[in-house]
Write a protein that binds this ligand. Sequence first.
Ligand SMILES: [Zn+2]
Length: 175
Amino acid sequence: MSRWFSWLDAHPHARITPPEPSPHDRAAMTRALELARAGAAIGEVPVGAVVYRLSTGEIIAEAHNRRESDHDPAAHAELLAIRQGAQRLGDWRLESCALAVTLEPCIMCAGLIVNARLARVVYGAADPRAGACRSLYHVLSDPRLNHRAEVIGGIEADAAGRLLRDFFRALRTSR
Ligand SMILES: [Zn+2]
């Protein structure tokens, strides 16, 4: 499993040089990392996500991965945070919001980001095996789709990647 991340270690040039993230983006990522740690503590693959207002940074919704707890293949952190955010705002359109997530979103979550009309996605570690924002697909910048989101990758990538590596290492040694 940790193959994803050792690939990144072996290809440092593949790391994305991010455009300057806002202080709101950074604060949201700090919170997303805390959520990822909380997930790891209950045996979930440590990925955390936060939906926040682009203009003020106000956190609307947050979640960590819950696939194991919920026995739900769709219970990715991003999906849970986006659905909760739409419920809280009483609107499925999250065009005034951004998403910070510790790992590059997959195809499912990138599709949801398009459907939810999120304005910006800030992610931590790249995912060469499943990433759908830049690594394998460019779902958020595909001109054929009816919505595009601004993408800032590589924010706190080392911390996010380390959490995942440590999690899978501990899993292997506990077997
Ligand atoms: Zn996903």
